[in-house]
Every structure is written in structure tokens, then in C-alpha cells.
Write a protein that binds this ligand. Structure first.
Ligand SMILES: *Cc1c(COP(=O)(O)O)cnc(C)c1O
Length: 358
């Protein structure tokens, strides 16, 4: 079976963990600081604050952005639940809007239509590693006085017009969950160009303290350990090579798949292919996926249920593109461990299933 996703952990990661364990100092320390400094190169030198998960990064970012009860944050419904959960955890209300079908990202026209008197912020998700329409969203946020935040959990190293994701909004959040483009075991990073915002995130992750026992605000313990940071630092050095491999794999799939809709890349966009997501238009997606797995090609559906319809939200809204894509999307393996033989097999299998009618 070709795995749908596969974290790559090598000798260097193991050595890095061992180095930290030998020091006996495991909690947030010099490795976290170094990881933050090194990661900032990925986001145009913005200040980075490491935390224990991507969800914590989003949560802390919303509190630092002063999202309060009654405040609305516009988000896509076609994403992982953490995108909207974090708005709620900070006390705000997510307002779910539709996506555009090509890149699966939040539709700027839908955002503009959803702006109301309680809207405080917009948070696009750079879904699957394709940057959202940041130019258009920045104009809308500017026009209505809204904060722009980014969920970059799937898009380490992606860019639009040469500007890296994570460098557009007031704040951005990355995830280092094992299946993301790079991992720290678990972990997250907040990136921001605003020093007050950065200081608040730092306070929030450590019980509201900058100086020990002088707690300034009510905070959390969302610190990253030096063990996780040590893994993250090694992975960060490998990210560029892995991204190139993902892009080459995607190019091969683009050129050879038949009978399914392959993912287009927007003008000026650099896609980092966290997922390579096709649309199955003429056949039943679930039977299609089952058939691929039966023939040894792992695949995944991200996400079968739009967030607004999950039991945790239970909303009924009219989001036609979101509903259609949730029925059609299917992510094929694109990770850097794929061999040329794997890629051939993926193409042959998808094309055979597509032409056989599912
Ligand atoms: C993975 C992910 C998150 C959450 O990150 P964790 O590190 O798993 O907490 C948030 N948003 C999106 C879009 C994600 O893919």
C-alpha cells in the first residue's frame, strides 16, 4: 500500500532529541529560541513564537488580536475544525462563508458579502498548501477596518507574488503535526510583524508571565518543549528539499492523470502541496476512494463534512461550492517519500478507476 502521508524521521532528528535529553533541560529553552529565529526566515523575518500545537497558535493569536464575545470572525467552512474552534475558544463567533472551487480557498466575494457590524477579523486558510487570495482579502480588510489573520497550518513555505504566507496578516499560525509538511512531533508557531501582539502571545503561552511570578495576564501553559523544537529545527532545514519533491510529484500527477480534475495553481502562487487534491466529478467519490485503496493506493478525504455541519456547530447554511467540493475532493499521495514506481502506480490506478467508471 502506498501511504497517503508519511512523516520522515531520520538519524539527525534522533540525534537532536538525544542531545536535548543529555542536557537534562527539557522544557522551553535554547532550542525553542533557536527554532523561532530560524523559522522567522520562512516568514520574511517576522517575529515567531513557538507553542505546543497549531490549534494553540490559532487560539493564542485570536486572544492577542482581542477577539471578544460578540465579535465575529469570517472563516471558510471547508477546513479542519481547529480553524473555527479556535475562534470559539477565544470567545468569538465564527461566520462560515463559501470557497472558490479551483483552489478550495475562501472566496473574497463571499467574505465581502458577510461583513457586518460585528465583524472584527477575517481568517483565510491556505488549504492544502495553496495560498489564499491575499491581495483581494487585504483590500476588503482595509476597506472595512478588519484584522487579517492566517491559518497557515498546511502551508509552510508557500508564497504569493513572492511574499511568503504568514507574512500577510497581523498574525499567522503554523502547525507541526506529524503529517504536515514538516513536524516537531506536535507543535505550532505564531508569526507576526507586530511586537505588542508577539509579546501578548509570549505572555499567554506562559501563564501570563514574562518575569517569573509576576503574572500580568491570565494565561495558559502552551509552551513547546526543547525536545520538540530540536526535531523542528532539523526538519526546517529539510523543508526546502521536501517542498521541491512535493512539487515535482505534483507536476507528474498534473501531466498524467486523466478523467479527474487536477488542482490548478493561481497566478503568482507557489503551492507547497501539503495535499494533492483532485475532484472526482462524474463518479461517486467514496467508491472511487475505496477502489484506489483496494488496489494499493492510499488516499484521504479532507474534509468530508464542512465545519458548519459538524455536530459541534450544527448549522444549516447555503454554501454551494463548499458542499460540492466536500462531495468531490480526494487527496492522493504527494509526499517526498514517493518513488518513481509509486507515482506510476498512482497514475495507472487513478486513470484505470476513472475510465472504468469507479
Ligand atoms: C493541522 C491544522 C490545524 C491544527 O494544527 P494542530 O497542530 O493539529 O493543532 C489548524 N488548521 C488547519 C487548517 C490544519 O490543517
Amino acid at each position: 500500500m502506498i501511504a497517503a502521508a508519511q512523516p520522515i524521521i531520520g538519524e539527525e532528528e534522533r540525534a537532536a532529541v538525544d542531545r536535548v535529553l543529555k542536557t537534562g533541560m527539557l522544557a522551553q529553552g535554547p532550542e525553542v529560541k533557536a527554532f523561532e529565529e530560524e523559522f522567522s526566515h520562512l516568514v520574511s523575518g517576522r517575529t515567531c513564537i513557538a507553542v505546543n500545537s497549531g490549534t494553540s497558535a490559532l487560539h493564542m493569536a485570536f486572544i492577542a488580536a482581542e477577539i471578544r464575545p460578540g465579535d465575529e470572525v469570517i472563516v471558510p467552512s471547508f477546513s479542519f475544525a481547529a480553524t473555527a474552534n479556535s475562534v470559539c475558544l477565544a470567545g468569538g463567533t465564527p461566520v462560515f462563508v463559501d470557497i472558490e472551487r479551483d483552489h478550495f480557498n475562501i472566496d473574497p466575494l463571499a467574505v465581502e458579502a458577510a461583513v457586518g457590524p460585528r465583524t472584527r477579523a477575517v481568517m483565510p486558510v491556505h488549504l492544502y498548501g495553496h495560498p489564499a487570495a491575499m491581495r483581494e482579502l487585504a483590500v476588503i480588510c482595509e476597506k472595512h477596518g478588519l484584522l487579517l489573520l492566517e491559518d497557515a497550518a498546511q502551508a509552510h513555505g508557500a508564497s504569493l507574488d513572492g511574499i511568503p504566507v504568514g507574512a500577510f496578516g497581523l498574525g499567522a499560525s503554523f502547525s507541526f503535526y506529524p503529517t504536515k509538511n514538516m513536524t516537531a512531533g506536535e507543535g505550532g508557531m505564531v508569526a507576526t510583524g507586530d511586537e505588542d501582539f508577539a509579546r501578548m502571545v509570549r505572555l499567554l503561552r506562559n501563564q501570563g508571565m514574562e518575569r517569573r511570578y509576576e503574572n500580568e495576564v491570565v494565561g495558559f501553559n502552551t509552551r513547546m518543549t526543547d525536545i520538540h523544537a530540536a526535531i523542528g529545527r532539523v526538519q526546517l532545514r529539510k523543508l526546502g528539499g521536501w517542498t521541491t519533491a512535493r512539487q515535482e510529484n505534483a507536476k507528474f500527477l498534473d501531466e498524467n492523470l486523466r478523467g479527474v480534475v487536477v488542482p490548478p495553481v493561481a497566478n503568482g502562487a507557489m503551492h507547497v502541496y501539503h495535499q494533492y487534491t483532485i475532484r472526482v466529478v462524474d463518479l461517486d467519490r467514496d467508491s472511487f476512494a475505496e477502489e484506489l485503496v483496494k488496489r494499493g493506493v492510499g488516499c484521504g478525504v479532507y474534509y468530508p463534512t464542512p465545519i458548519h455541519r459538524l455536530p459541534s456547530f450544527g448549522l444549516s447554511l447555503d454554501l454551494p461550492a463548499t458542499e460540492e467540493v466536500a462531495r468531490q475532493c480526494l487527496s492522493l499521495p504527494v509526499h517526498p517519500s514517493l518513488t518513481p514506481t509509486d507515482l506510476e502506480k498512482i497514475v495507472e490506478t487513478v486513470n484505470a478507476v476513472a475510465s472504468a467508471g469507479g
